[in-house]
Design a protein around this ligand. Structure first.
Ligand code: NDP
Length: 322
């Protein structure tokens, strides 16, 4: 089968299309023939070596498709079942062997591509606004990179909760998408100072929560736009890692909270994986959550997908179609 392998860390050019054997399932695994593989920013960090992975490895943290074979201990699944997963390497491939307890069934109202697009970014948006900082109706949130993969989903969920959403984006095209997703106010953070704009838009009050996936270029100013006892939810570093930080600033800026959450801890148990994926799938099939699958690429063009994602050229979800 074809797969995209990383043999040494580096730029997009290290993504190599290789021929490897179709995996055999271990006793607790199912082999899935992939219909779609999600591309996510974590793939960039792992490709670069910012997040260390033993070499060589097949990249990709998310996929959806059909079960072809199951291991001897697997009773919950059978060949032909439509399934999806996230949080395990090996998605950029035609087939992947996945532990059965990490697979979720794709409901009838959700396509394979939608499932591949929703597992990582959809469940992330869900835990951020329901669990990390449970947003309430009437509260105000600042969402950075609001037209991105997680961004567009988080804006919709926050809007559906009834929160006021301030959204940062880099271009007018992205502004339009964020507005359509339900953002109340748009800030072009490449043209204006988002700190001053957020203060102006909140009459100097600040926001209850900042959802920050951009990191290096936004973190410090984000602390300045929080209300006393507000929460900084730093969940990524698309512009680079946030440098070491003196905790006394949290006291000086208003008894603030900072957290650095990651999806694995919010889907660690089978129960939480099932309830969170079920909630996201229900939002999709009921039409409450719109997925924007704006960019699809053949598996062989993974390099181009990475260049587009890192180059800030994309909006919504990127999928590889093996
Ligand atoms: P996005 O689609 O959001 O792409 C990244 C976006 O970040 C860009 O489109 C761009 O939007 C913005 N950005 C700002 N500065 C830069 C820069 N210097 N270089 C590149 N992009 C920049 O990606 P994802 O939705 O896949 O992921 C978003 C972030 O969320 C990532 O940091 C990722 O690691 C993190 N994440 C964290 C999870 C967790 O559980 N902790 C889970 C999922 C994702 P614009 O042009 O509008 O500025």
């Amino acid at each position: 089968m074809k797969a995209i392998q990383v043999k040494q860390p580096g730029g997009p050019e290290v993504l190599e299309l290789v021929d490897v054997p179709v995996p055999e399932p271990k006793a607790n695994e199912a082999v899935v023939k992939l219909a779609a593989s999600g591309v996510n920013f974590i793939d960039v960090y792992q490709r670069e070596g910012r997040y260390k992975v033993p070499l060589p490895f097949v990249l990709g943290q998310e996929g959806a498709g059909v079960v072809t074979t199951v291991g001897s201990n697997v009773t919950s699944l059978k060949a032909g079942d439509r399934v999806a997963w996230t949080g395990l390497l090996g998605g950029y491939a035609e087939y992947a062997a996945v532990p059965a307890d990490r697979l979720v069934a794709i409901p009838a109202g959700v396509t394979d591509q939608q499932a591949a697009a929703a597992m990582l970014q959809g469940m992330t948006a869900h835990y951020l606004c329901h669990d990390t900082y449970p947003l309430k109706r009437g509260e105000t949130a600042l969402v950075h990179a609001a037209a991105g993969g997680v961004g567009l989903l988080l804006v919709q969920m926050a809007h559906n909760i009834g929160a006021r959403v301030l959204a940062t984006v880099s271009t007018e095209e992205k502004a339009k998408l964020a507005r359509e997703a339900g953002a109340d106010e748009i800030i072009l953070y490449t043209k204006s100072d988002f700190e001053a704009e957020t203060r102006r838009l909140t009459n100097g009050q600040g926001v209850h929560v900042v959802y920050d996936s951009v990191g290096k270029t936004t973190f410090e100013k984000g602390l300045n736009v929080l209300r006393p006892r507000g929460m900084m939810v730093l969940f990524g570093g698309s512009s680079g890692a946030v440098p070491p930080f003196d905790l006394i600033a949290l006291s000086q800026k208003g008894s603030l909270y900072v957290t650095r959450p990651t999806l694995v801890n919010y889907i660690a148990s089978r129960e939480e994986l099932m309830s969170r994926s079920g909630a996201v799938f229900a939002m999709i099939s009921s039409g409450k959550l719109k997925l924007r699958i704006a960019h699809t690429y053949p598996l062989a063009e993974a390099q181009r997908a990475h260049r587009d994602l890192e180059g800030r050229k994309t909006t919504g979800k990127l999928l590889l179609l093996p």
